[in-house]
Design a binder for this molecule. Structure first.
Ligand code: PMP
Length: 430
């Protein structure tokens, strides 16, 4: 097929709301490691990984081999039957997740994983109200859109009652006008006021991402979750942590919440768990997991093919020491991005952890500058680098390459970013 035909069919047969990057959408046909190839044969260095999902590189030979073997053997049985892959993956997760997380429920997306998490918290605590965070993103079901706190992603003026949104730890734009650490974590302490003033005073739980992904990699200070945890437990709630973007080593620890020293009762995963195959995981402590008394089912949950990919992905993460690679190469990337910030006043903030780094792009007085980001996207594309976008105002560049990249890849990507900034500054005369 020619590119024009793909673009035409997309326009004709898909919802117009299926948003694409770039003025002319990019049509991709293959991937290998850190590279993607478009329909015209151009090669791109992939520094977004299909929205923080390609953990170990495109078409990793180990995953591909396992998939081929499994596809030839058994593709589907549903959760009504048991398979080796499913129990082995669940066992592995129980081993590597923090605290007493031990029992899994498998689905096919982050949205479903989060739905399951909220259901569990409500059944376990016999409360319905929850606290989530402003700037959070949780998925696209009615409940997940209600948890989400970005007007642009809360479609249809939904929503479900009983979910309150606390101010997030957005230090670059502190809602209280304070600075860390002198602020004494006022945003975390304010969760108590939120519970006392906007709920019945008893909550099912607190729901948060360790680093807010879609929000633009907003990274709370190290004490944040401990302060919140104390308050949440005081009012009967449990901690639900969404590791959909932060899991599997990307932040320099296996799970993002491990930077914060708390042990949640529930964690959710999706995206990078199976290196691109559809997956959702909700893992809980035994007593929380046991609180679903009836039966529940997920047709595609724990699918043997997906589970094969997830097992192989974890093996590669361990064998290739990718957690420490994220830390080392991530710190190197961070230094280089910090140097770019010194060079371009357009970069208001550099934040993130490991190979999850963001640049917030602003004009004068921290005005969000999404038009500049659009230009940077066109320019980086021309120079064959793929990056991501996020933030409430679409003015944050998100960088989340496969966790296998090297310092040389960082050099190449940052050089392209640097050139692109230069071109855009000249073009827009800013
Ligand atoms: N949680 C987080 C933190 C996410 O980033 C996303 C997806 N961007 C989701 C949940 C929803 O995942 P999915 O799109 O697989 O439903």
């Amino acid at each position: 097929m020619k590119k024009e035909e793909v673009l035409r069919k997309h326009k004709e047969y898909l919802f117009p709301s299926v948003a694409n990057y770039y003025r002319e959408p990019l049509v991709l046909v293959s991937g290998k490691g850190k590279y993607l190839y478009d329909i015209d044969g151009n090669e791109y260095l992939d520094f977004f990984g299909g929205i923080v999902t390609i953990s170990i590189g495109h078409a990793h030979p180990k995953v591909t081999a396992r998939l081929q073997e499994q596809v030839g053997k058994l593709v589907h049985v549903s959760t009504l039957y048991q398979t080796e892959n499913m129990v082995n993956y669940a066992e592995k997760l129980a081993e590597i997740t923090p605290g007493r997380l031990q029992k899994c429920f498998f689905t096919s997306s982050g949205t479903e994983a989060n739905e399951t998490a909220v259901l569990l918290a409500q059944l376990y605590t016999r409360c319905t109200e929850l606290v989530a965070l402003r700037h959070g993103y949780s998925g696209r079901s009615m409940l997940a859109m209600t948890l989400t706190a970005h007007s642009g992603w809360r479609l249809g003026g939904t929503h479900i009652a009983g979910i309150k949104h606390a101010l997030n730890a957005y230090c670059y734009r502190c809602a209280f006008g304070l600075s860390y650490p002198a602020c004494d974590l006022k945003c975390a302490r304010d969760v108590e006021d939120l519970i006392l003033t906007t709920t019945s005073g008893k909550i099912a739980g607190f729901f948060a991402e360790p680093i807010q992904g879609v929000g633009g990699f907003i990274t709370p200070p190290k004490e944040y979750f401990q302060v919140v945890e104390g308050i949440v437990r005081k009012y009967g709630g449990i901690m639900i942590i969404d590791e959909v973007q932060t899991g599997w080593g990307r932040t320099g620890k296996m799970f993002g919440i491990e930077h914060y020293g708390i042990q949640p009762e529930i964690m959710t995963f999706a995206k990078g768990a199976a290196n691109g195959l559809p997956i959702g995981v909700t893992i809980a402590t035994p007593e929380v997991a046991d609180s679903i008394k009836g039966s529940t089912i997920s047709t595609f949950g724990g699918n043997p093919v997906t589970m094969a990919a997830a097992l192989a992905t974890l093996e590669v993460i361990e064998e290739e020491n990718l957690v420490s690679n994220c830390l080392i190469v991530g710190n190197y990337l961070r230094e280089k991005l910090a140097a770019l910030k010194e060079k371009y006043s357009l970069i208001g903030d550099v934040r993130g952890m490991g190979l999850m780094q963001a640049l917030e792009i602003v004009g004068e007085n921290k005005q969000p500058a999404p038009h500049v980001v659009l230009e940077l996207f066109e320019e980086t594309r021309k120079q064959r680098l793929l990056i991501g976008k996020g933030g409430l105002f679409n003015n944050v560049i998100r960088i989340s390459p496969p966790m296998t990249i090297t310092k040389a890849d960082v050099d190449q990507a940052v050089e392209i970013l640097d050139n692109s900034f230069q071109t855009v500054v000249q073009k827009l005369k800013i």
